[in-house]
Design a binder for this molecule. Structure first.
Ligand code: CA
Length: 703
């Protein structure tokens, strides 16, 4: 008989999977929990499984083995971690990490398998050197280790020493709110001291409906890494606090540009501490987007002016957020709770082996993230960690929204709990993410995917359908989208416009983001024989559709002046020269920028484009039927009575020849013509002429 695997089911039950259970002889079997022999009370056989019930519980602080005819097989504990028995014994809902006040600091670390945990207190000798002052033995209660240190611990450096099985690991507190350079030592801070002037009176922008938002995605670094970005604090949080920054030709850059464009929400690519192996905080020459979480609750050091001083990055990030809020711009944070950098060498793994991750089977981690470790959000203490972390950022940093990277890997219950708790703090908070269906061990109905959107009310999803309709398949350079004249996309695009796939309040409509090629590059590669003027017109068509379609529009920074990465498909670790926003292009493509700016302003001024419920949308939106090929037109009626317009007519022509459409009776006023954005007020009746590669907005006023 061959043993395939053995695992712990509840504390006193071991399941042994074998090839041929008929050969099983119970007298040949023994169970050892480290040195202690455990007595078998009974056993039963179900299919290929031998189910052992023991007289006593397995002590999970020690390894357990089954020994059968001189073969020793380690018992796998992992299946136990999702059981009620495990949670009843070890789940704790208290505050974890270093809990500071002026008189004492409490330290709490959760680690059921640890047999000993010590708090290591360090003294900082210089920026790079720390010496141990003391090691303090912590006390355990059902897996929760704690100690309290008297006195004002502000600016104290610490780590934990955790003994698990045969190993002794030093770890950074996963709940650390501050860290040393490169995130290698935890730091206690009096966070009051990190608040910039005015912070307690910070006014967060209000948002009634997600559909009122216009999201703009940017990396802190890309916004100011170009030598002509006009900022002094290049690549730093503080670059977004500089007033009146301009390009060499005198056009606004940085926050001025963002304000001028008129977007409502700035979505920042990772600003939490990402791995020093991706970007060395001592010498941040190397570029990385930062989807490599190291310390979840700490800002990234390379974006601060002094990464050696733990409080500096916190003050500077808060200052930046405060400044954006002062300018009426909300700040959404990109969060990456689906995997951690180098998971099996992470603090999580050293504190509680395997608990934080998903496994397909023993020795086979689940890998839906493509990073080798899917975080097990369904495990209660992992779920708690993710919820605590998100709430901490929302409260401490006054963030206005969260964009969940690979949200499809997180379970539905965790996402709904996060949403409920965040909405309790601030009703305006946005929660959205990538609902891709990836191959993780979570059952299909529990994944936070696009198809499960009905189970995730008030959580929005990136709509890749509209993206592909507009600019073609991202994995196929030659594939063309509707704006490039691919008429096969027309029906699907109509479904996207009328929210047939997903609720209008849950659809984030975009044509490109940090992943894959920029819109400019995708069009240039897909239409390689096209001239620049026509490519510009296609960019305008794409943004026209995104900004007039019901849903939540999303713009990738620089898209509005034809950002290029020289055709690069995945620039996550490419040089600044590839990733930066070249502000000279704003001058070169100023008409494209003005086009975006005008449409954003129209959308913000007219509720009719921002309908947030499906009943209204259904009663509001109608397509004009039987239009010429590659032209599309729809009319929306103001059913909510919140707009000064009674009807709006949206029309576009992706042909390279002039077309026309018959429009319904009435005197329509031209509000927008992509060929001449100032040509307002013209009265049009019966028939609208559509210039090649052009777009139009017409309206009929109330009364
Ligand atoms: Ca870092």
């Amino acid at each position: 008989m061959r043993i395939i695997k053995s695992y712990l089911n509840v504390f006193n039950k071991i399941i042994i999977t074998v090839d041929d259970p008929s050969q099983f002889k119970s007298y040949n079997l023994s169970v050892k929990n480290h040195e202690i022999k455990l007595n078998i009370k009974k056993y039963s056989i179900v299919d290929n499984n031998i189910i052992l019930t023991l007289y006593e519980d397995v002590n999970i602080k020690k390894n357990c083995y089954i020994i059968y005819e001189n073969i020793k097989e380690k018992v796998w504990y992992y299946p136990l971690y999702s059981t009620k028995e495990f949670n009843d014994k070890f789940f704790h809902n208290c505050i974890l990490g270093a809990i500071y006040n002026k008189y004492h600091t409490i330290f709490r670390l959760w680690s059921p398998p640890a047999s000993e945990v010590k708090l290591i207190l360090y003294k900082k000798v210089n920026d790079k050197k720390f010496t141990i002052i003391d090691k303090i033995l912590m006390k355990e209660s059902n897996g929760l280790w704690s100690t309290s240190i008297k006195g004002d611990m502000h600016n104290s450096y610490y780590n934990y020493e955790v003994r698990i099985y045969e190993e002794l690991n030093e770890v950074v507190d996963p709940y650390a709110k501050a860290v040393s350079i490169n995130g290698l030592v935890s730091v206690v801070l009096d966070l009051e001291k990190s608040n910039p002037k005015g912070w307690n009176n910070d006014i967060l922008p209000q948002l009634d409906n997600y559909n009122d938002a216009i999201i703009y995605e940017a990396s802190i670094r890309d916004l100011s890494s170009h030598p002509q970005s006009g900022t002094a604090n290049n690549k730093k949080f503080l670059s977004l606090t500089e007033k009146n920054t301009i390009s060499p030709s005198g056009l606004s850059t940085g926050i001025n540009h963002i304000k001028e464009l008129g977007i409502t929400h700035l979505q920042l690519m990772p600003i939490f501490d990402f791995s020093f192996k991706s970007v060395d905080e001592e010498n941040p020459d190397k570029y990385n987007w930062g989807y490599d979480p190291q310390n979840y609750n700490v800002p990234e050091g390379s974006y601060s002016t002094n990464a050696y001083d733990p409080i500096c990055r916190i003050i500077e990030l808060k200052t930046m957020i405060y400044h954006l809020h002062q300018n009426g711009i909300a700040v959404n944070m990109d969060v990456v709770y689906n995997h951690i950098y180098d998971g099996f060498n992470s603090n999580f793994q050293k504190i509680f082996p395997d608990y934080y991750f998903r496994f397909i089977d023993k020795d086979t981690p689940s890998n839906g993230s493509g990073c080798g470790n899917d975080i097990a959000s369904e495990h209660l203490m992992v779920r708690k960690f993710i919820i605590d972390s998100t709430l901490y950022w929302a409260k401490e940093y006054h963030l206005d929204g969260f964009r969940f990277d690979l949200m499809g890997l997180i379970d539905v219950e965790t996402m709904n709990m996060i949403k409920n708790k965040l909405k309790n703090i601030n009703k305006s908070i946005m929660i959205y993410g990538e609902g891709w269906d990836l191959n993780t061990t979570l059952p299909q109905h529990l994944k936070s995917t696009y198809t499960n959107a009905p189970k995730l009310e008030d959580i929005a999803f990136f709509n890749d359908k509209i993206r592909d309709c507009l600019s073609g398949n991202i994995f196929d350079i030659k594939d063309k989208g509707f704006i490039m004249g691919n008429s096969l996309m027309e029906e699907d695009l109509k479904k996207c416009i009328s929210s047939k796939y997903i609720l209008v309040s849950q659809s984030i409509n975009y044509s490109c983001c940090h992943d894959n090629r920029t819109l400019w590059d995708k069009i240039t590669l897909s239409c390689s024989d096209e001239n620049i003027e026509n490519i510009k017109k296609m960019v305008k068509l794409s943004s026209f559709i995104i900004l007039t379609t019901p849903g939540i529009p999303f713009i990738y920074s620089g898209e509005e002046f034809c950002r290029t990465k020289n055709g690069e498909d995945n620039s996550f670790n490419k040089a600044d020269e590839i990733n930066w926003i070249d502000w000279n292009r704003k001058d070169e493509f100023l008409d494209v920028f003005e086009h975006y700016k005008t449409l954003i302003s129209i959308r913000k001024n007219h509720y009719i484009f921002r309908t947030s419920n499906m009943v209204d949308l259904k009663n509001s939106l109608n397509f004009i039927e039987n239009t010429q090929k590659n032209t599309l037109s729809f009319i929306m009626k103001d059913v909510s009575n919140k707009d000064s317009w009674k009807y709006v007519l949206v029309a576009f022509n992706v042909n390279k020849t002039e077309k026309s459409i018959d429009i319904p009776c009435g005197k329509w006023t031209l509000d927008f013509d992509s060929n001449n954005i100032d040509k307002k007020g013209l009265i049009i009746e019966n028939r609208l002429l559509l210039k090649p590669l052009s777009s139009y907005i017409l309206y009929i006023k109330k009364g």
